[in-house]
Design a protein around this ligand. Structure first.
Ligand SMILES: [Zn+2]
Length: 307
């Protein structure tokens, strides 16, 4: 096993074989003792004890007793117990609030992924992506008929033309380009430029493109730099809504930056020393992404000469 970054490290057994039996799935999805990860409008329910948070699992029986009939997906088995997930996005706020105690609250999944244990962060990425995929695929793309969830949410089938749909994962390349003692970092327009954070360049892999080709194209588009020797470093599930970040290092073949002003606010070369102090949050002029993001690990691996 390589690097285990935030949002991976999920220990759930997804029960790939058992879930093919719809009767078995139905029994588990109706068992009052099954444990449920509860979302409310894409925020996850957690329990706070001082500054520590853990996911708060509710018993399915308790949710049903409060008058809610949740739409559930089956996550799998952990320690002999069945885990499910639901998003209560169409349930009245007052009823949702009646379910939770004083030290519990719904928080956004980025914050949760940063603060939860490795394994619970992994459960967030599995459940959040799959709930969103099911919610956004309730109609068939071929005939517009209604689709029904199968295998506990791992597939859907059109009730009219019987087309089957499977959950998707969108591959995104993210790459640190280096040139001797310098590395290339950029600020996309929007969130990064608002926070004045410089990060690795990234973009979706296009259809019919290899990882290496996507890195070369994205880096050229966003910075005007030609690259060679693309090397895979690590990957990270990123459940916003269902990406897989594929982290690479690459060497620059050219130096002159000519960045895409439509997409990027700024792209610059930074010296290894500047990057090292930024990683320790001791640089007034440069901020880089924190530990939650794969970009942090790509930058750190190069700056500390791990790669
Ligand atoms: Zn259809």
């Amino acid at each position: 096993m390589g690097k285990v970054l935030k949002f991976s490290g999920n220990n759930i057994d997804r029960l790939e074989v058992e879930r093919r039996n719809e009767d078995w799935v139905s029994e588990k999805i109706n068992d009052p003792n099954s444990k449920v990860l509860v979302y409310n409008r894409s925020k996850i329910l957690v329990k706070k004890i001082y500054s520590n948070i853990t996911v708060k699992f509710l018993r399915l029986g308790d949710i049903r007793e409060s008058g809610i009939d949740p739409k559930l997906i089956l996550l799998g088995d952990l320690g002999g117990e069945i885990y499910l997930a639901t998003d209560l996005n169409d349930v009245d706020e007052e009823i949702v609030n009646g379910l939770i105690s004083k030290d519990e609250e719904f928080i956004d999944c980025r914050t949760a992924g940063d603060q939860l244990s490795q394994a619970q962060g992994g459960m967030i990425s599995q459940s959040k992506s799959q709930l969103e995929w099911n919610r956004k695929n309730s109609f068939c793309g071929i005939c517009a008929g209604k689709t029904e969830g199968l295998r506990g949410g791992q597939s859907r089938k059109c009730s009219s033309c019987e087309t089957e749909l499977f959950p998707r994962t969108d591959p995104v390349i993210i790459s640190l380009v280096t040139n001797g003692e310098f590395c290339l970092l950029g600020q996309s327009k929007g969130r990064l430029s608002r926070l004045n954070i410089y990060s690795c360049l990234a973009g979706f892999i296009d259809q019919g493109e290899s990882i290496e080709e996507a890195v070369a194209r994205e880096i050229m588009e966003e910075s005007g730099i030609k690259v060679k020797n693309v090397k895979y470093y690590a990957s990270q599930p990123w459940p916003f809504p269902w990406s897989l970040m594929i982290g690479c290092h690459a060497e620059a073949e050219t130096e002159e930056i000519n960045f895409d002003e439509h997409e990027m606010h700024s792209v610059k070369w930074f010296h290894r020393d500047e990057v090292l102090s930024a990683l320790e949050e001791k640089n007034d002029k440069l901020s880089v992404p924190g530990n939650i993001a794969i970009a942090h690990h790509l930058i750190k691996a190069w700056a500390t000469k791990e790669v």
